[in-house]
Unconditional design. Structure first.
Ligand SMILES: Nc1ncnc2c1ncn2[C@@H]1O[C@H](COP(=O)(O)OP(=O)(O)O)[C@@H](O)[C@H]1O
Ligand SMILES: CC(=O)OP(=O)(O)O
Ligand SMILES: [Mg+2]
Length: 400
């Protein structure tokens, strides 16, 4: 039998999501998640779909991504799906920052590792975790091809007018300052799946994709190609996120340094980890924020309103960028699950075409679905993202 399995590792700043797939039919053999890495109590949830599907949970200390990956390998081994299996063909890694250089999934060698490492200053929360994942996987299976799938790749089609900041060109080029964009694997997958939902080819449709997870970004996709996105040099720009501020006047940073006497490191932590929803109201989970709003909590309401206002501004901006919009697609944890966010983001945009049907919006499920009323000029859709499947598909195509 030839090896046909791909293991996908999606290492976040404090989590690892993983899936083991059989690429003959793209079926999932095992899925899981390690959360709160580096905190006092970490949690691992493992579901061996090929071995009964009974989930196992484990809590304890997992100090870093190396330990997380070893714990994942141990769980897989319990069901005979270990990394030592001869059926494993390749390992695919989500790598958040690929700079301008990586436009395609890439087989990892020393030069690729060095480039990912060089990009750490512009993805300090993400690239180190991705590197640890790669190195640990390489140590466990040095014989296997490991493929990097970059968050930035889908956005490399952005025109210069969208990708450049209006700062001195020589300074920008010297320091490689430009807008790279992130969550590209998700934006690519969801824009394609939205076209399919509309019964069209990706080349035929213009889609605004709203990837609303803990990190959040919007993109304008014309005929299958990204023409603008809300994240920039780093994943800090754009929408209000769980813990990140998104857009603000850059002079806030000078002011905090000069008047607030904060160090650059303190400001970095403030804007990346203590801002956004958590900074506004103390919670970054949309479920908790909605619960507080239902109880009449004004801070939670204000945080929600700021989140929605920013989202609307991007929807409006991408209408102007695209000229014609066929669909708005909501995805990731908030986009897939929070009906009140979808309702509020589209409310008042009827003149532009999109509308949300209350009953359809309330339906839950894992399948891509329309939530706009029949006959709406612009479709509104919920399209669950599947970064892991997309990474597996690209890994298989690249390593095979
Ligand atoms: N049932 C739900 N209702 C509302 N929001 C939800 C629900 N489930 C998850 N979320 C939101 O989704 C977020 C996580 O999204 P996810 O896409 O998994 O993020 P990430 O990949 O960045 O960790 C949570 O922080 C929470 O705000
Ligand atoms: C790039 C980014 O923000 O990723 P995540 O949403 O996984 O934090
Ligand atoms: Mg995510």
């Amino acid at each position: 039998m030839t090896a046909s399995r791909v293991l996908v590792l999606n290492s976040g700043s404090s989590s690892v999501k993983y899936q083991l797939l059989d690429m003959r039919d793209s079926s999932r053999l095992a899925v899981g998640l390690v959360e709160r890495i580096g905190e006092r109590v970490s949690r691992l949830k493992h579901t061996p779909l090929a071995a009964g599907g009974e989930s196992r949970e484990w809590t304890g200390a997992i100090p870093d991504h190396d330990a997380a990956l070893k714990a994942v390998a141990a769980e897989l081994a319990k069901d005979g799906l270990g990394l030592d299996s001869p059926e494993l063909a390749a390992i695919g890694h989500r790598v958040v920052h690929g700079g301008k250089h990586f436009t395609e999934p890439t087989v990892i060698d020393d030069a690729v590792l060095a480039e990912i490492e060089r990009l750490i200053p512009v993805a300090p929360l993400h690239n180190p975790a991705n590197l640890t994942g790669i190195r640990t996987a390489q140590a466990l299976r040095p014989d296997l091809p490991q493929v990097a799938v970059f968050d930035t790749a889908f956005h490399t089609t952005m025109p210069e007018s969208a990708a450049r900041y209006a700062i001195d060109v020589e300074t920008a080029d010297r320091h490689r300052i430009r807008r790279y964009g992130f969550h590209g694997t998700s934006h690519a997958y969801v824009s394609r799946a939205t076209a399919k939902l509309l019964g069209k080819a990706p080349e035929e449709v213009n889609v605004i994709v709203l990837h609303l997870g803990n990190g959040a970004s919007a993109s304008a996709v014309r005929g299958g190609k990204c023409v603008d996105t809300s994240m920039g040099l780093t994943p800090l720009e754009g929408l209000v996120m769980g813990t990140r501020s998104g857009d603000m006047d850059p002079a806030v940073i000078f002011h905090l340094a000069r008047v607030g006497e904060m160090s650059i490191e303190e400001i970095d932590t403030l804007l990346n980890k203590k801002s956004g929803l958590i900074g506004l109201c103390g919670d970054n989970d949309m479920r908790e924020i909605r619960r507080r709003i239902d109880e009449g909590d004004e801070r939670a309401q204000l945080a929600f309103d700021i989140y929605i206002h920013r989202l609307k501004k991007y929807i409006g901006a991408y209408y102007a960028v695209l000229g014609r919009v066929d669909a708005i697609a909501f995805t990731a944890g908030v986009g897939e699950n929070a009906a009140p966010v979808r309702k509020a983001a589209v409310a008042g945009l009827e003149q532009l075409g999109p509308a949300v049907d209350a009953e359809l919006n309330a339906v839950r499920g894992d399948a891509p679905r329309l939530i706009s009323p029949a006959g709406a000029r612009v479709a509104v859709a919920v399209v669950p993202t599947d970064e892991e499947l997309e990474i597996a598909t690209q890994t298989w195509a690249t390593a095979g």
